[in-house]
Design a protein around this ligand. Sequence first.
Ligand SMILES: Cc1cc2nc3c(=O)[nH]c(=O)nc-3n(C[C@H](O)[C@H](O)[C@H](O)COP(=O)(O)OP(=O)(O)OC[C@H]3O[C@@H](n4cnc5c(N)ncnc54)[C@H](O)[C@@H]3O)c2cc1C
Length: 413
Amino acid sequence: MTNHYDVIVAGGGSGGIGAALGARRAGARTLLIERGPCLGGAATLRNVVTYCGLYTQELRQVVFGVAEEVLAGLRELDAVTEPRKFTAVAVVFDPESVKRVADELCEQAGVDVLLHSHVLDATRRDDRITALRVADHSGTHSYTADAFVDATGEADLAHQGGAEVRYGNDGWVINGTLGVRFGGIPADVAVDRAALASLIRSVKEAGRDDLTGERGLIARMPVSGDVITYLADEGYDARDAADTSRAERSARRQAQAYLQAIRSLPGCGNAYIVSTGPELGTRESRHLVGRAQLTEKEVLQPGPVDDAVAVCAWPIESHPGPGIPSEWKHIGEPGYYGIPLDVLRSRNTSNLFGAGRTVDGDAGAGASLRVMGTALATGQAAGVAAAFTARDGDVETAAVRRELDRQGARLPD
Ligand SMILES: Cc1cc2nc3c(=O)[nH]c(=O)nc-3n(C[C@H](O)[C@H](O)[C@H](O)COP(=O)(O)OP(=O)(O)OC[C@H]3O[C@@H](n4cnc5c(N)ncnc54)[C@H](O)[C@@H]3O)c2cc1C
């Protein structure tokens, strides 16, 4: 493998998969670097098993392209549900199948993928990132590229490469949650959310003050029939291993307490934990400081999307703190909003783009555009923009929109 690429994408979650495929199909030699053993990010490493942001409240699909290819791959494996309305509309999937679908999409497109490779630092010259260094068990290795996409979730590459970043918004970050997957609950037993919430409340009132969420998402998964729950909230600094380690231990303690509560529901006596995480799910960390920032107002009162490179149909879903109920604000007509290119484009680094939850949104917009369905879309747009920047030194919105259309990522009118 040569060490120079047109485009390097750091982070192989939803944003990174979208970006690598978008860049490669736009003609760029593309390297995708992931620190974990598989692609998928939160979908495969954090028990987050619902793709959000793809469908309006009326169940109209508004995101296509790579997102639709991932869904099609999952449908072939019978590994994804039809869209379902929870508070908003999502599909539930089997994470093992996401690993395979992502491997195959990248392989077929000709993306070079490096797993088990942690991006350690980056080199900057003037207003550009020129190289990055990754670590594996044999040591450290350098890679150069003409353009980069930061899809690490924590905006590690931007931070290391001297791009402007910001941790959370207004001195605050949305809290994280450990996704816990339960087995042993027979298929004909419906886990009653209201009954579980009141049970958790009474356990808390009886003195278990380490339990947090009462009403997070609870859903049956395809393939296994396991039940996924987002209940065990934690507040921590995602940049700090010591603080995250404390939160991981605390969340696993919570998971055991939730198991006891679930076992006391009718029909759930044989429930057991299939898996926690394996990692805590982080909803927000660093954002790239973009040439523009998407605002809550633009989400709630959407304008025309003719200058957008991606759209999102997920409402503002804010998690103000561990155990505090989530706050929802719904998108105005037509039920989705556009995300302009400048929101993905670094303000002070001309060849760097953000994808997924690194994208620049204020507290409200960030709490909407962070979801994985939208990350696939911002990723694909960032990848195309990076490919054209690598080729031409700059990029225009109209060119990105034309290429996205050619790639099947048709944007609504
Ligand atoms: C509990 C919880 C529930 C959620 N519920 C939903 C939901 O129902 N539906 C939904 O769509 N979204 C949901 N979200 C939001 C969603 O999970 C994230 O916002 C989304 O995963 C963002 O995608 P991403 O690609 O930006 O980041 P991630 O999925 O976090 O992917 C980032 C990737 O980068 C890799 N990486 C990080 N640093 C480095 C480095 N230095 N070097 C190399 N690789 C690196 C990571 O290993 C990871 O694979 C939820 C989040 C949480 C925590």
